[in-house]
Design a protein around this ligand. Structure first.
Ligand code: SF4
Length: 907
């Protein structure tokens, strides 16, 4: 008997994930016969073609892979290994991780959605009817038009996962659809608590980062809120190779994480005390006078003058002079008087003949009498004295000697870098942590230097995407701040009241409403939500206040549509699930600054089942919407915006033509090619040429910091070219004199205790996992076999002992909000009083479908200062650049042994 490979696998169970191949599309051509299992091995190293691709998830890896195909099926992949190097740093090879080399199996797994599905049972029951694409588009288009007619486009939402943001052609297609339809898009970056607001507050930038090879150039790297051995697998070797180059790698993390074991030093502050630690380091640098005087005089607001009576910057009106508040002053030693500071009003921030004082207090004569002024630097020194190493030791648990040692290690190294993780942003005071870290870099003159800086990542310059998105109707998107969107749609004020008390709930809400009233931020909720579309997005898995979120979405929204390759909890509650192609089944581009390469995602095989790429979904939907709009005689509308933009006309009858530019864009390959040609810094080649090579180096990328003509912005423009920063002072701005910053003592970085729930002593922290990229691949059984095989949570041995818990026991983690069950993973890498859970485990993997989000009480925590705005600050509404984060870390829990019957265990 001769078997096809798929029948062979099904019959032998050789690969569990391959069992699902029996619903794949028919294989075309080729000799696919196998007689006995040995044949599988004999033919293992033969293939029909090798193509180039990668994985379009939010790992920021964009690793180049060769993908081996036989009989229309992907058999295996391997790292392409053809990267070069940058300067004298080690090369970028090999890039990859265990998820990537597992993908050829996972893509054929049982979690794949293969056909359009329509819910036939109750939401969440998992009862589906397979329907045709025609039926799915027909019914969804009708619902779309009905909601449009009854409540307008603002009554719908289209939320995308971070995996969508990395695939350039896919996100362009999504955004074109959003721009044309006006459906609100609650953005994802701050929505998952990743927005580095401190960077925007200090530098006016959304994010900063160079190539990962820059790590090799650093002489000291503080790895802070970050665990690269686990989360940056393709990049981590640079850290360890740098140590051979003399670099001190200092890991700052409350737990002894896998990166700490490779570090030169490990420093373990108490969770949430990082701002205090950074300020104590700043105090040492200031006391030692080891700061870079020339740099801070030119690049920062530290020499700028502030009134001592009210803490406000000195402006012309204070001196009875003409001029607005964009004018700032400094004390010039050369003329022994006040002079206007070169800032945003000038071509350059170069000081010229000016010699600003950093230290001093002066009485100046004004029309209204004498006025005392001092510098931001003086105020910073006072603030730092509140955080001496001795004072800070009690807050952080780090001895004063160690604080002094790492501060001096950092200040004496040139260049020095902070490799920051996104985890800092998930704290209520995360922006203050970031401001404090930026202060250290700023004081030591390390922002903008090769091998220095605050390294997160970057997005490529968006110029290429804009002509595609806005070509005809202009900017029509409704990008919403997701945390505020939730706050307004889900009455999160009352959630704050329940868990954090009346005072906090009312104070936060009063400021929230005042900000809206003053027009600092636009209202995010325009209409009650009727229809929610989730594209590559599984928010039911990770939203803070998960149960509250679920009730508001699953029980109240009339129509839910999911567009996804793999099943997850959110999609179980959808009314329609539309299948989309996996990584090797679509054309796309990956552009990430970690390496200086443009990466192709080639369509290596046809999509499984009836899945199609996302752009095809929009095309199909738009075509039916346009057809029905014509049949129903739907007239164009003038759509108005709450943020003051002029109204634009939307015409559903033209949607399909507009989406495709009259047929110019037929698939994501067309979009990818357009983007290559329209984006600065990308090589001008066709998609096919790119796919043949897999990777192509981007322009102006010879250094570890990108050049001016590269696809990424750098801080060179400020530090080398002396352009002003996009902050209100035009410089690195460490001081904010907004009334709310003064009121809440946040004018300068400092320390504030993280919030906790009374009676619940243990802080649960979370982080990116080794065996998944967020929720992607989290349900892969092979990857389970490399860990505990089910969701586990790390706990300290003493905490476990106090509660009678042994390693491997089931425990219930609980607080006033709810509970979930997980396996206790007892580890002395945890401090007493903390727990740690690697994230991404879907609720479907937990008992009662309750995961960690059932105890995260922080969904409504939006601090007043994050909603500050007005004419005299660059803070305020800044779509994409700065939105308030979803807070995730400021809650506490407890745990106890969870006993369950044998029946329950096997259920
Ligand atoms: Fe690289 Fe990301 Fe793929 Fe892993 S999942 S191999 S890090 S692209």
């Amino acid at each position: 008997m001769r078997l096809s490979r798929r029948k062979f696998l099904s019959g032998t169970g050789v690969a569990a994930s391959a069992l699902s191949l029996n619903y794949a599309h028919p294989v075309q051509g080729g000799d696919d016969s196998y007689r006995v299992w040995e044949d599988l091995m004999r033919t293992k190293w033969t293939w029909d073609k090798v193509a180039h691709s990668s994985h379009g998830v939010n790992c920021a890896g964009h690793c180049a892979f060769k993908v081996f195909v036989k009989n229309g099926i992907v058999w295996r992949e391997e790292q392409q290994g053809e990267y070069g190097a940058t300067e004298d740093a080690p090369d970028y090879n090999p890039r990859g991780c265990q998820k990537g080399v597992r993908h050829s199996k996972y893509m054929y797994g049982k979690q794949r959605v293969l056909y359009p599905l329509k819910r036939v049972g109750e939401r969440g029951e998992g009862q589906w009817q397979r329907i045709s694409w025609d039926q799915a588009c027909d019914e969804i288009a009708d619902k779309y038009i009905d909601h449009w007619l009854s409540s307008g486009p603002a009554s719908m939402s289209f939320a995308m996962g971070t995996a969508m943001l990395l695939k350039k052609a896919t996100i362009a297609g999504y955004q074109r659809f959003l721009n044309l339809t006006g459906i609100p898009a609650p953005e994802t970056f701050a929505g998952v608590g990743d927005q580095p607001i401190g960077i925007y507050q200090t530098l006016g930038l959304d994010i900063t980062g160079d190539t990962v090879a820059a790590v090799y150039k650093a002489k000291c790297v503080l790895v802070w809120f970050c665990n690269p051995a686990v989360t940056r697998i393709p990049d981590a070797h640079f850290f360890w190779e740098a140590r051979y180059n003399g670099t001190k790698v200092i890991v700052i993390s409350p737990d002894f994480n896998p990166s700490a074991m490779h570090a030169s030093k490990w420093v373990n502050p108490k969770p949430g005390s990082d701002g205090a630690l950074a300020m104590a380091m700043a105090q040492v640098i200031l006391k030692d006078k080891s700061y870079d005087t020339d740099y801070i005089k030119e690049q920062t607001d530290l020499p700028m003058l502030v009134r001592t009576d009210n803490g406000k910057f000195l402006h012309p009106k204070d001196l009875g002079k003409a001029g607005g508040n964009e004018i700032y002053y400094l004390w010039d030693e050369a003329s022994n008087g006040i002079q206007q500071a070169p800032g945003k009003d000038r071509e350059t921030i170069e000081l010229g003949a000016l010699q600003p004082s950093l230290e001093g207090t002066w009485n100046i004569d004004t029309n209204s009498g004498p006025l005392a002024v001092t510098t931001v630097f003086e105020l910073l020194k006072k603030r730092a004295e509140e955080h001496t190493p001795e004072v800070t030791a009690a807050i952080t648990g780090i001895s004063p000697e160690v604080i002094r040692e790492i501060a001096r290690d950092f200040a004496s190294a040139k260049p020095a870098m902070i490799y920051g993780g996104f985890r800092s942003a998930k704290w209520l005071y995360g922006d203050i942590f970031q401001r404090a870290m930026l202060l250290l870099l700023s004081l030591t003159g390390n922002l903008g230097n090769e091998g220095g800086g605050y390294q997160l990542t970057q997005l490529s310059k968006s110029d290429g995407i804009a002509p595609y998105l806005f070509s005809d109707i202009g900017y029509g998107m409704r990008i919403k701040a997701a945390a505020m969107w939730d706050y307004e749609h889900m009455d999160l004020k009352e959630v704050n009241r329940k868990f954090y008390g009346d005072e906090l709930a009312d104070t936060y809400d009063e400021h929230y409403q005042e900000s809206l009233d003053k027009g600092w931020w636009p209202r995010q909720k325009e209409k009650p939500l009727k229809m929610a579309i989730f594209g590559g997005h599984n928010p039911g898995s990770w939203k803070a206040g998960g149960d509250h979120w679920a009730e508001n979405i699953y029980e109240k929204v009339e129509t839910i549509v999911s567009i996804i390759p793999d099943m997850g909890i959110t999609h179980l509650y959808a009314d329609y699930v539309l299948p989309v192609a996996h990584h090797y089944e679509r054309h796309d581009l990956l552009v990430q600054p970690k390496t200086p390469y443009l990466q192709a995602m080639d369509k290596v095989v046809e999509p499984l089942g009836e899945s199609v790429d996302d752009f095809t979904v929009f095309k199909r939907l738009s075509k039916v919407i346009s057809k029905k709009a014509k049949e129903r005689g739907i007239q164009p509308i003038m759509d108005t915006f709450v943020d003051g933009r002029p109204p634009i006309e939307r015409d559903l009858t033209k949607l399909y033509d507009q989406l495709t530019w009259g047929g110019k864009f037929n698939d994501s390959k067309d979009i990818a090619e357009f983007l290559i040609n329209a984006s600065p810094g990308l090589p001008r080649i066709t998609f096919d040429e790119l796919a043949a090579k897999g990777i192509v180096r981007v322009e102006d990328s010879e250094g570890v910091v990108y050049g001016d003509n590269a696809p990424y912005a750098t801080m060179k423009q400020y530090v080398e070219h002396k352009k002003h920063y996009e902050t209100h002072t035009g410089r690195q701005q460490h001081y904010h004199d907004h009334d709310w910053y003064i009121k809440y003592d946040e004018t300068l970085p400092g320390h504030k205790d993280p919030l906790e729930l009374e009676g619940y002593p243990l802080r649960m922290l979370m982080g990116h996992a080794r065996h998944s990229i967020h929720s992607s691949w989290r349900d892969d059984t092979f990857l389970w076999s490399l860990q505990r095989g089910e969701p586990d949570i790390y706990v300290n041995p003493n905490d476990a002992k106090d509660r009678g818990v042994a390693d491997g026991d089931l425990i219930k983690i609980f607080n006033t909000m709810g509970s979930f069950i997980a396996v206790a993973h007892i580890s002395s890498s945890m401090q007493q009083g903390m727990m740690f859970m690697y994230h991404g485990w879907d609720p479907t993997m937990f008992r009662n479908q309750k995961n960690f989000s059932s105890v995260i009480t922080t969904a409504g925590l939006i601090r007043p200062t994050l909603l500050a705005g007005g004419a005299d600050t660059h803070l305020g509404y800044a779509p994409i650049k700065s939105f308030p984060n979803m807070t995730l870390s400021d809650c506490t829990c407890d745990f106890e042994l969870h006993a369950e019957s044998n029946e329950q265990k096997t259920a």
